[in-house]
Design a protein around this ligand. Structure first.
Ligand SMILES: C[S@@+](CC[C@H](N)C(=O)[O-])C[C@H]1O[C@@H](n2cnc3c(N)ncnc32)[C@H](O)[C@@H]1O
Length: 216
């Protein structure tokens, strides 16, 4: 699949925030869903991956999850569109089996060694707007092995703190940086991307984690 020319936006808005985070000595993005982060870190610690397994994380932020996954001994590649986020990740002295790189998850060239056995996007999808969401899911699918799994932790619906900025007509916030898909919309997006849910964890009313596999 070629680069999406009609991308809804460039998704670079996290960069200035990371620059600020970096100046203030921060080590990653302020956690959007503490519970989902904790679940994934625990999940990563408990996994026994086959030695040859490969993992891609998209939108890795400060790299906490990628670092935990790399401790399992598998090859992990983790990207973020923000160069500053990647600099923060690299300052954490990643082990040899973990490569951080700056890349737009919507473009092909960003992924160095596909296909991957696991592709993980933790709290990224809610910042992807409209039709770009299916495009991103499709991109993950095409970079996945036939038996691989995609893990998407995402916001669904409208959490109280975002109620004021929610536009019920466009499903985007005022700054066009957050998309408020509900469960039904997300189910349609998954089907459109030729994926199906194999496991589903409800973190709370607005944050969920989905394990997805390819439909033939
Ligand atoms: C809410 S933060 C989550 C960061 C990290 N996954 C975590 O849980 O701490 C969303 C991340 O997605 C990244 N991102 C957004 N759009 C992206 C894109 N098109 N390609 C790569 N990364 C992207 C942002 O730069 C940001 O680091």
């Amino acid at each position: 699949m070629a680069r999406k020319k009609d991308q809804k936006r460039y998704y670079y808005d996290h960069e200035p925030y990371y620059a600020k985070i970096c100046c203030e000595g921060g080590t990653g993005w302020p956690i959007e869903s503490d519970v989902s982060q904790r679940f994934l870190l625990k999940w990563a610690r408990e996994q026994i991956f086959p030695e040859y397994a490969t993992i891609l994380e998209v939108g890795c932020g400060g790299g906490e999850l990628a670092i935990e996954l790399a401790k399992r001994g598998v090859k992990v590649e983790a990207c973020d569109l923000s160069e500053t986020a990647i600099r923060i990740c690299q300052s954490k002295n990643p082990p040899e089996n973990l490569a951080f790189f700056a890349a737009n998850a919507m473009t092909h060239k960003g992924y160095p060694n596909p296909p991957y056995d696991w592709i993980i996007a933790n709290q990224v999808l809610q910042s992807i707007i409209g039709g770009d969401r299916v495009f991103l899911l499709k991109r993950m699918r095409e970079n996945l092995t036939t038996t691989g799994t995609i893990v998407v932790a995402t916001m669904l619906g409208v959490p109280e703190k975002f109620k004021e900025e929610f536009n019920p007509i466009t499903f985007v916030n005022k700054t066009n940086t957050r998309f408020f898909a509900d469960l039904r919309m997300f189910a349609k997006e998954i089907a459109e991307a030729r994926l199906r849910v194999t496991r589903h964890i409800k973190i709370d009313d607005h944050y969920r984690i989905f394990f997805l596999e390819r439909l033939p």
